[in-house]
Design a protein around this ligand. Structure first.
Ligand code: AGP
Length: 603
């Protein structure tokens, strides 16, 4: 969601760095893009609505520049159009912004009274005018930005250029991500690491309320007291090869295919050599009597699977909540509650707010995160990293699966600490890992997905049904299809369909039915028959142990039966790949679906 890139240095042409960086940030989701660059001590701004290639067409790449900022905008205040796109310039100040300023209307009134006028509907132009006003009064950018951080309410990552300083780039952040990347005689700012990986893997994480001043040869970071501080230089471990498509048509397809490796990497640190048994290297769960799992989107769906596994094996209640609700509701928590926040990016604004709310109540928090060093990872009491690597496609696949795998491990650890499970049973789970990986690889190669996709890609409406853990999978399957193919679908607990929504089923309405849980399979099959009797075209996803020849389905994908912990990691693969094939048949922008952002850093 909104991407920022900035460059200062004499070694490269800023314009090239900005465009490359913006392309690498495309996955975050955007609807317009722009750059500002210094040429002969004068700022030029070029902005365009739509894709970065529209912007490129307007740029003269022969121009040389040693300082610039670029931005991909995901509209929040004001529609997507050139005027609302970033960078914005007021007086001597040019900025790009990621985040939302909550008091911008108040500030705008004051600035208008002070003679400023505004061209756009954005909160960003207000920040720009504010910095310009303060600069006219104080003439010292660090003091100006210090004042600014006291006046702005909300979230922001800002890249700032001042006309008076043609070799300096400033940055400041609060609750929106920003890194400072370090080159030789050149330095960068960026929302995320992929944008700078072509040039360097050394970076500094800018913390909330810190100000950065960058020239080609120096980076000064100022703390809240305006003192220069020394920050740890980090090295990014994911390499650029891994962030490229590696021959796949789309990042999503590549990421789906990476799942066996990702699951192995995620589980490995917690089990002993040769996949034999569980290591005791997770936080101690013994004292918790209740768990709240909080997340958004697919991470929430992973949390629902975690609930089934933890309740079943560890025998304690688990409440799964959507973060945007949790952050505003009354909490029923005490010192025996653990709050688990799940987030691929570690920057999702609602999940971060939920984490902070739990911390305000002095509740222990555990984060399950993919992006190392992200805000949620840093702020939670404990963090368990999934090892999904860089996930570029907006629709999550491998990170979701890794979250599910991590929750399975957590379920085992809690069950063990509460003596609810025997060591032998734990070992049996762990020893299935090899089988899991092999079966995942086989399912990835199944050739029926395209055939099923061809039957449903021109439908307008469909359903996903299942019970218990299969309902949680249905929710994720439905979201995958919706977000990348733009086909409306709903996920329902199979038994609930007849309480209203079955009226939507007509001749040939596709219904995906997931049946992997033996304890409830016959009940689900009765519900499938109810849908079939009303004309549904049923696509059955069933385990081999429950499979049968019958007339209540039209298409069938049989998946191997494995233990409860690992079953969802097999069941989700057909759903991911069918969604992918459907979206491809509909010519959708699979890796960057419309209106969506990879990391939702606004509320
Ligand atoms: C799913 O494919 C999504 N793109 C979305 O639902 C995502 O899972 C959600 O926004 C949460 O993101 P996070 O894991 O980075 O917090």
């Amino acid at each position: 969601m909104c991407g920022i890139i900035g460059y200062v240095g004499k070694k490269k042409n800023a314009i090239h760095v900005l465009i490359n960086g913006l392309k690498a940030l495309e996955y975050r989701g955007y609807d317009s893009a722009g750059i500002a660059y210094m040429e002969n001590n004068k700022i030029n701004i070029i902005k365009e609505q739509g894709k970065i290639k529209n912007l490129e067409e307007k740029i003269d790449f022969k121009i040389k520049s040693n300082l610039g900022i670029g931005h991909t905008r995901w509209a929040t205040h004001g529609k997507p159009c050139v005027i609302n796109s970033h960078p914005h310039k007021v007086g001597k100040i040019t900025i790009v912004h990621n985040g939302i300023i909550e008091n911008y209307e108040e500030l705008k009134k004051i600035l208008i009274q002070n003679g400023y006028s505004f061209k756009s509907e954005t909160d960003t132009e207000v920040i720009c005018a504010l910095i310009d006003k303060l600069y006219n009064e104080k003439n010292d950018m660090i003091q100006v930005l210090d004042k600014c951080r006291n006046l702005l309410k909300g979230s922001y990552a800002l890249g700032i250029i001042n006309d008076d300083q043609p070799n300096t780039l400033y940055a400041i952040r609060k609750d929106s991500p920003l890194i400072i990347a370090i080159g030789e005689n050149e330095n960068y700012i960026s929302s995320d690491v992929p944008a700078i990986l072509d040039y360097t893997n050394k970076y500094i994480l800018l913390d909330n309320n810190e100000i950065a001043k960058l020239t080609d040869s120096k980076i000064d970071i100022y703390n809240i007291n305006n003192e220069i501080i020394t920050k740890k230089i980090k090295t990014f471990e994911w390499n650029i090869e891994k962030t490229l498509k590696n021959g796949y048509d789309h990042f999503m397809l590549k990421e789906i295919n990476e799942q066996p490796e990702v699951i192995k990497d995620t589980l490995l640190p917690y089990i002993s050599n040769g996949y034999k048994s569980l290591l005791n290297n997770m936080p101690c769960f013994k004292n918790y009597e209740k768990i709240d799992i909080v997340a958004c989107g697919s991470a929430y769906h992973a949390g629902l699977i975690g609930k089934y596994l933890i309740e079943k094996y560890a025998d304690i209640p688990v409440n799964v909540e959507i973060a945007s609700e949790y952050r505003y509701k009354k909490l029923f928590i005490n010192n025996k509650t653990l709050v688990i926040i799940i987030s691929q990016s570690g920057e999702t604004a609602d999940s971060l707010a939920a984490l902070r709310k739990a911390k305000e109540h002095n509740i222990d928090t555990l984060a399950i995160v993919n992006v190392v060093g992200s805000s949620i990872a840093r702020e939670a009491k404990d963090v368990l990293y999934i090892k999904a690597g860089c996930e570029i496609a907006v629709a999550t696949t491998k990170a979701y699966s890794a979250q599910v795998a991590m929750l399975g491990l957590i379920a085992l650890n809690i069950a063990k600490s509460k003596k609810k499970i025997s060591n032998q049973k734990i070992d049996n789970f762990i020893q299935d890992i090899d089988t899991l990986i092999n079966e995942m690889k086989k399912l990835l190669k199944n050739e029926n997905y395209l055939k099923i996709a061809k039957n449903i890609y021109n439908k307008n409406n469909l359903f996903f049904i299942g019970r218990k853990i299969d309902y949680a999978l249905a929710m994720e399957g439905s979201l995958k299809l919706k977000e990348i193919s733009y086909i409306h679908s709903e996920a329902y607990p199979a038994g609930e369909l007849k309480h209203g929504s079955i009226s939507l089923i007509e001749e040939k309405t596709p219904v995906f039915a997931i049946v992997t849980d033996k304890s409830i399979a016959e009940k689900t099959i009765s519900n499938i028959k109810e849908a079939k009797a009303r004309g549904a075209e049923v696509i059955l996803i069933i385990t081999d142990e429950l499979d049968r020849e019958a007339d209540f389905y039209d298409e069938k994908i049989v998946i191997p039966k494995i233990n409860d912990l690992f079953q969802p990691l097999l069941s989700i693969i057909p759903l991911q790949l069918i969604s992918y094939e459907v979206a491809k048949l509909r010519n959708c922008d699979i890796d960057k679906p419309r209106n969506l952002a990879k990391s939702v850093t606004v509320e």
